[in-house]
Ligand binder design. Sequence first.
Ligand code: SAM
Length: 282
Amino acid sequence: MTADLLPPLRDVIAHYGLRARKSLGQNFLLDLNLTGRIARAAGALDKSPIVEIGPGPGGLTRALLNSGAAQVVAIEKDERCLEALEDIARAYPGRLRVIAGDALEFDLAGIGAPLVKLVANLPYNVATPLLIKWLTPAQWPPVWESLTLMFQKEVAERITAPVGGKAYGRLAVLTQWRCDAHMLFDIDPRAFTPAPKVTSTVVQITPRSPRAEAELTDLQAVAAAAFGQRRKMLRRSLTVLGHDTGRLLETAGLPPTQRAEAIDIEGFCALARAYHNLQHMR
Ligand code: SAM
């Protein structure tokens, strides 16, 4: 079968009996204008392999290939989708590799390319753990050069939140510490089959040099402590770290009466370094 003769996605879903499963976060995007828009948002597609998480029946996969992706590596957990994906692979010879498996356990370095781009309409039930996995590799810069990902709008707002807002929290600190992150556009729930309850947003994330020096594990520990009790002043919320919080905050140069949401990324890094020093003085 050639690319032009691939059947419409609705027919593919009916033919292979791909009734959407909530447990797999399945909300399929069948609108070619929207899948094309997401594919184009990823920029040049012909330089590095494109890794797609959760291709499902293959709407976004086809859009990526139609938009000039030289190589797509698609990782899908639902074995029911594999035949439909193999049909696409045959229509685009040598350009689509389908991997059956769980993206949470997949090591991007295993693709064997120096750099990849990730593009996905993510399964909402594992979207945040997947993002955290990609943000916390053993080496920085990471093996990915960009992430073009669809999240629930509320999660997109938490990823891109500026300091001081109610969406600002651990996810914003972890992301923005060493990435630039922007919301690109929203997608109405009615564009999906079945329609989810909430609006979705496509986010573009690119790696950068860290905004300030810190060890990843220290930064995660202080952000978890501070935002774990975000309404409390830092001198109270940070007690879970098991140190003299007055000393910790003084070393970091932060006012003890501040709350977590008022501390910018540089402030969290200062806190992480102060925590690191106290840990190693014991
Ligand atoms: N890309 C398709 C589209 O845009 O129509 C499907 C998107 S749907 C929101 C999420 C897809 O991720 C589903 O195909 C689902 O089976 C798959 N999925 C769910 N959990 C997964 C995991 N842990 N690893 C890989 N794929 C997963």
